[in-house]
Design a protein around this ligand. Sequence first.
Ligand code: FES
Length: 161
Amino acid sequence: MVDRRKWREDFPIRWEEDHYMTRRELARFLTLGSGLLALVNGLIAAVGLTRPSLTVPARRIAGIEDVPVGGSMLFTFPTIDDPCILIRDDDGQLSAFSQVCTHLSCAVVHRPLERVLACPCHRGAFSSTDGRPLVGPPTRRLPRITIEQRGADIVATGVQL
Ligand code: FES
């Protein structure tokens, strides 16, 4: 019996040559595709959580007497073109960060009473203890300068981006 319906004349598809995909094949494709996307997202998240560090030659940046308790001082590291800020909090704990705001590169200033590094350009602020952004447009933390106290000297040993 020959099928003579009108639509078959308008759309002459040869069914035996068409490629069919079974539901099982479609489900397998979707499962593998979703698994692959989840794996890639996991890898991206893992890379984002690790902070790469820059290995640079260690250098003395100050003496401990140069930084008053509750105060700060400016220095450059690892090159003369990289402004940084060294902070000594009320407990005497030392920490150092890049002074370049991660939003649009203005210089941050230390506000010890608020325990922040404030950016005057767009009212951004970072924690002075770990450099994470607190308010304003910046979304990335300030690079941390790793430091060591060697006797009376404060030595910068690297940069955590
Ligand atoms: S440059 Fe620092 S908040 Fe915009």
